[in-house]
Design a protein around this ligand. Structure first.
Ligand SMILES: Cc1cc2nc3c(=O)[nH]c(=O)nc-3n(C[C@H](O)[C@H](O)[C@H](O)COP(=O)(O)OP(=O)(O)OC[C@H]3O[C@@H](n4cnc5c(N)ncnc54)[C@H](O)[C@@H]3O)c2cc1C
Length: 412
């Protein structure tokens, strides 16, 4: 009889860990609370699954702002290139897109999940679906197994615990792991939604719903103190702001909302032009449309959906004939276009967060094996650990790398 290994959670980290442990002749049972495996994986990359990023390992690490150093060993053991080879061998060749983002050539997250399921099947991993684990069973400081919410106990030599974080609970990762591990003495670093859309106070934002702005700069301010700057793509929604640069800035927002002062995002709609150049540009446009009303003069400069809002917010009356606009009025328009400001009132919360910031303290996990330093035979992997990155494929790489390390370390 081989070593008995239980894996809790059939997401990215759990499927990788289960297959790798089984490859080494362990007898593996995977317990998943949903009726299917990889429910979150199917949603990743808008259904295309941004598996990893084709960058140097140092850059992978740098994309984890707080705890990247913990992942050093895991990333060198199971790198992004190795992950790509792993999927290619499973019949999922990958391609690199803008920003180094790696996707399956098929653009199909479904194909990724199917390949992982085949990986499990090929190595005789047993799978129990609809099985929520409620408790870890210990004998002293050694793991003995787990107890499901039905009361049923499963005994094992090793447990790999990969229940995910608290983000997007509709996919199964509802924060169960934090409670279960805290009860056993693990420290949970403050858990917050990250990579999450932001809600704003300004009601007019609804009128911009669906508008994407490319190549803009967003600046996050708390009480007029700059807290972060991002350049790239932004999306207006019916409640506020989303899109890559907003998701990146969102990582700080829960903390900043708890602090004193007004939280705002200023959008520079024309970052390629400084105030002087933008003024010269406006002057040219105003000459071209000198006989039109102000509200009909911005079509060369701004997307049509944005024009009525800018006109509403500008000090210039909408119907003023352009050749009557004063220099001061034009300057104030430049200021508005360079510092288009919205007040942040909240985030969309865990329900809509892509990832969880916080989780099991990395100091309590051996980075070379993913074994808990508190409980022998218990291995942790994936988002339940205090590791979170920006968008670009880094979060899945971390789940797969830590899953791989946990799966290959159980046997020693
Ligand atoms: C909409 C969306 C899009 C994303 N897109 C990307 C992307 O393109 N690229 C990227 O790098 N990252 C992306 N992410 C983040 C990435 O999906 C996660 O970081 C990653 O899936 C974490 O893997 P995991 O295995 O730790 O957790 P999960 O994938 O969440 O898996 C955890 C599993 O454990 C199960 N489980 C939980 N509790 C229990 C329990 N008590 N008993 C039994 N089973 C349990 C859950 O049902 C779940 O199946 C995205 C996230 C979201 C929400």
């Amino acid at each position: 009889m081989g070593l008995k290994v239980l894996v809790v959670g059939g997401g990215a980290a759990g499927m990788m860990a289960a297959g790798v442990a089984a490859q080494q002749e362990a007898e593996v049972l995977l317990l998943e609370k949903n009726a299917q495996l990889g429910k979150k994986l199917l949603l990743t990359g808008k259904g295309r699954c941004n598996l990893t990023n084709d960058c140097e390992i140092e850059e992978l690490i740098a994309n984890f702002p707080d705890t990247g150093a913990f992942l050093y060993s895991a990333f060198y053991t199971f790198s992004n290139q190795r992950l790509r080879r792993f999927f290619a061998q499973l019949g999922v060749p990958t391609k690199v897109e803008r920003g180094g983002r790696v996707f399956p050539e098929s653009n199909s997250a479904r194909q990724v999940v199917a390949a992982l399921k085949k990986f499990l099947q090929d190595h005789q991993v047993k799978i129990n679906l609809n099985t929520a684990v409620d408790k870890l069973l210990l004998a002293g400081n050694r793991i003995e197994g787990v107890q499901a919410s039905s009361g049923k106990q499963y005994l094992a030599d090793r447990v790999i615990f990969t229940p995910g974080g608290a983000a997007y609970p509709s996919t199964g990762s509802a924060g169960d792991g934090y409670r279960i591990l805290e009860e056993l003495g693990h420290t949970i670093q403050s858990v917050q939604p990250s990579l999450v859309p932001l809600e704003v106070q300004e009601g007019w934002v609804q009128k911009l719903q669906g508008l994407t702005l490319k190549n803009v700069e967003a600046r996050l301010y708390l009480a007029e103190q700059l807290k972060g700057t991002e350049f790239g793509e932004l999306l207006f929604t019916h409640f506020g702001l989303s899109g890559p640069i907003i998701l990146t800035l969102s990582r700080q927002v829960e903390d900043l909302l708890a602090a004193q002062g007004l939280l705002t995002i200023e959008i520079d709609l024309k970052p390629a032009l400084d105030h002087h150049k933008l003024d010269a540009r406006l002057k040219r446009d105003f000459q071209k449309y000198s006989r039109k009303q102000f509200k009909n003069s911005l079509g060369d400069l701004l997307p049509s959906k944005l024009i009525p809002i800018i006109v509403e917010l500008a000090v210039i009356p909408a119907t003023k004939v352009v050749n009557q606009i004063t220099k001061e009025e034009r300057y104030s328009l430049v200021e508005l276009l360079k510092s288009f400001s919205l007040t942040i009132t909240g985030t969309r919360g865990f329900r809509k967060a892509i990832v969880t910031k916080g989780g099991v303290d990395t100091d309590e996990i051996d980075p070379a094996t993913m074994e808990s330093k508190l409980i022998k035979g218990l291995f942790l992997a994936g988002e339940v650990i205090d590791i979170d990155a920006y968008t670009g494929g880094y979060n899945l790489q971390a789940a797969f790398s830590t899953g791989y390390v946990a799966g290959s370390s159980v046997i020693n």
